[in-house]
Ligand binder design. Structure first.
Ligand code: NAD
Ligand code: UDP
Length: 308
């Protein structure tokens, strides 16, 4: 197949491009390089089945493809709040452009949605039926509401135009090729520990997240995309849930060094807890994570050790 990956030069996108090329597909990677980097896909450039396009998903584009994975959107709170209006445009206009293309060429289309659609959840763990608790006017809303609107667009194109959609809700994912200065917690803690700097805990560190290793996530993506008679949304994430203090302890246990914990204010609307209910992924995709946090952190630390 010929497959378009928007946001293909980013953290998740570059792993996805690699996986799809490995399966013998032709891959078009479209990216505006806001948080993605050419270096993430540099090793793919000599492959004749790979094509890199600098383009912004806000502007319409035409390519003949069989499948579309729409990943274009900054994912780290620091980056998506940097230009909030651009983030909303990327999610909403990007979805409209990708869905329009999918409709025209008859491609199956996959949306990288997020656990952020659940906001600061009152139900724990979060099943796909939970409608969420999002502050529509807070600093995270540009991302959360943008992604919620993109989901709406996907389901309206499906209902109105019979577009063949797959929607995944991704829970916090980490691994090699995260940006060192991305601001997300795993890369922050690992880079701080490797540099011997203090580990920045926001709030009292009792808030939780569930961390999925990138290879597990990409396996879930490919299974969802290639399963028939399913639209999603499907949660993909690792149900192993940790406080930020526990995460810091794990990173320090592996890296060692002189780093101490330092406390900073909790950002506004920072969700207090998050854990995926993955019953649907298990039942319909036969998917569950295989890499636990210690093993995934070891691979991530190895990646950053060579670069810090
Ligand atoms: P990332 O920031 O590394 O990748 C996003 C990519 O999209 C980058 O390459 C960036 O340059 C590109 N991009 C941004 N705006 C664009 C635009 N207007 N036009 C074209 N390209 C654009 O982040 P990631 O972690 O790889 O996330 C990929 C997708 O998965 C995002 O849609 C994100 O919302 C979603 N997601 C990720 C996580 C996670 O934990 N990693 C969790 C939930 C959802
Ligand atoms: N966090 C932290 N220290 C950091 C970066 C993040 O304690 O240096 C916390 C943050 O407040 C949040 C959690 O880690 O509670 C996960 O943050 P991240 O930005 O990785 O993702 P998200 O909030 O989108 O889940």
């Amino acid at each position: 197949m010929r497959i378009l990956v928007t946001g293909g030069a980013g953290f998740l996108g570059s792993h996805l491009c690699e996986r799809l090329l490995g399966e013998g597909h032709e891959v078009i990677c479209l990216d505006n390089f806001f948080t993605g980097r050419k270096i993430n896909v540099a090793h793919l450039l000599s492959n004749p089945m790979f094509e890199l396009m600098r383009h912004d998903v806000i502007d319409p584009f035409k390519v003949e493809v069989d499948q579309i994975y729409n990943l274009a959107c900054p994912a780290s709170p620091v980056h998506y709040q940097h230009n909030a209006i651009k983030t909303i445009k990327t999610s909403v206009m990007g979805a409209i452009n990708c869905l329009g293309l999918a409709k025209r060429v008859g491609a199956r289309i996959f949306q990288a949605s997020t656990s952020e659609v659940y906001g600061d959840p009152e139900i724990h763990p979060q099943p796909e039926t939970y409608k969420g608790s999002v502050n529509p006017i807070g600093p995270r809303a540009c991302y959360d509401e943008g992604k919620r609107c993109a989901e709406t667009l996907f389901f309206d194109y499906h209902r109105s135009n019979n577009v063949d959609i797959r929607v995944v809700r991704i829970f916090n994912t980490y691994g090699p090729r995260m940006l060192a200065d991305d601001g997300r917690v795993v890369s922050n803690f690992v880079v701080q520990a490797l540099k011997g700097e203090d580990i920045t805990i926001y709030g009292d560190g009792s808030q939780t997240r569930s961390f999925c290793y990138v290879d597990d996530l990409i396996e879930g993506f490919v299974r969802l995309m290639n399963t028939e008679d399913i639209t999603g949304p499907v949660n993909i994430g690792n149900p192993g849930e940790f406080t930020m203090l526990e995460l810091a302890e794990k990173v320090l246990a592996q890296v060692g060094g002189p780093s101490k914990l330092t406390y900073r204010p909790l950002p506004q609307d920072d969700p207090l807890q998050r854990q995926p209910d993955i019953t649907i992924a298990k039942d319909r995709l036969g998917w569950q994570p295989t890499v636990d946090l210690d093993a995934g952190l070891a691979k991530t630390i190895e990646y950053f050790r060579e670069r810090v």
